[in-house]
Design a protein around this ligand. Structure first.
Ligand code: NAI
Length: 298
């Protein structure tokens, strides 16, 4: 193997080093991480294509971005799990805007529960929105990027629950581990097209998801349960947005947004027994919260 071949295999110049004038799709733009990322991208001079299921929130973000002097090339409210809606938006965007430079899958929902309490609808919703949603966006927007031959970047927002066996996260993990797998394969598949891939694995983030997450079993009004939930460390969505942008311009594959997840993943890969013990302790802690809830209800 020639030296130049080795150099090609071990190095890759970040395809997107500057976001100025780049066309960027953001899903889940109406709230939390998506909203903070859209705003930050606008400040970097990116031109935005925005979507979310929440029409009002999306309109508000478009107003904020425009007020900051940013450019919104296209926007539409639709359900990311609706294949036909994604395809229709993709066709309209391609015609009006052309191929994109960066695609960011940020929209998501969450539900936690034990296997006896998770409903079929919850399992299906996690996979439909958090896994099939990003897949549909990838199949719609990435092939035109490849055909354009300009390179680019793909960002998939997974979760700490896409790397670690967090208690009661089986349905959410089905989607988020799946998204890590998709990202890891595409990282190598898309390399030859000059398209970088980042998978973002946040721990707790102070967003509306903390309120909308469906938690079966637990009584959230119980003060001890409330304290237990509130005690999870959380970072701001603005910090996550900065990590995402940093991950794109430096072409980082794994993007962590807090030390806890980075450390947990390191321990899982290097120290199997301490990882197993930590997961059992976490599981016991959730079980304890469930028993408190039960007692409160009795
Ligand atoms: P958020 O609830 O503030 O934002 C999620 C956005 O996705 C909302 O605007 C919502 O309307 C949109 N959305 C939900 N279902 C949709 C659908 N079917 N079609 C289109 N849009 C839809 O929550 P956050 O925290 O900003 O979530 C962003 C991503 O970060 C999600 O993928 C979530 O799983 C992930 N994440 C969040 C963490 C947290 O602690 N908040 C931790 C780890 C990952």
């Amino acid at each position: 193997m020639a030296l130049s071949d080795i150099a090609r295999l071990v190095t890759m110049t970040p395809p997107i080093q500057d976001l100025e004038g780049k066309k960027v799709l953001v899903t889940g733009a109406a709230s939390g991480i998506g909203r903070a990322t859209a705003t930050l991208l606008a400040a970097h001079g990116a031109e935005l294509v925005l979507t979310d299921i929440a029409a009002d929130g999306l309109g508000a973000v478009v107003d904020v971005v425009s007020a900051l002097g940013g450019t919104v090339l296209a926007q539409r409210a639709f359900d990311i799990s609706d294949y036909d809606a994604v395809r229709a938006f993709g066709a309209d965007v391609l015609e009006a805007v052309g191929p994109l430079d960066v695609v960011m899958n940020i929209a998501g929902v969450s539900a936690w529960g034990t296997v006896e309490t998770l409903t079929h609808e919850q399992w299906r919703k996690m996979v439909d929105v958090n896994l099939m949603g990003p897949i549909q966006v990838i199949e719609t927007f990435v092939p035109p990027m490849i055909a354009a031959g300009r390179g680019g970047h793909l960002v998939n927002v997974s979760s700490a629950a896409g790397l670690l066996a967090l208690p009661w996260h089986a349905a959410y993990a089905a989607s988020k581990f799946g998204l890590v797998g998709v990202s890891e394969v595409l990282r190598y598949d898309l390399r030859r097209h000059g398209i970088g891939v980042s998978v973002v694995c946040p721990g707790g983030v102070e967003t509306n998801l903390v309120n909308t997450v469906e938690i079966n079993v637990l009584d959230r009004d119980n003060p001890k349960v409330r304290r237990g939930i509130d005690s999870f460390p959380k970072v701001s969505p603005e910090k996550v947005a900065r990590c995402i942008v940093d991950g794109v311009v430096h072409n980082r594959f794994m993007v962590f947004t807090s030390f806890d997840t980075r450390f947990g993943y390191f321990v899982k890969r290097k120290f199997a027994l301490p990882y197993e013990i930590a997961m059992r302790v976490a599981n016991d802690r959730f079980d304890y919260l469930a028993r408190i809830s039960e007692r409160g209800r009795a």
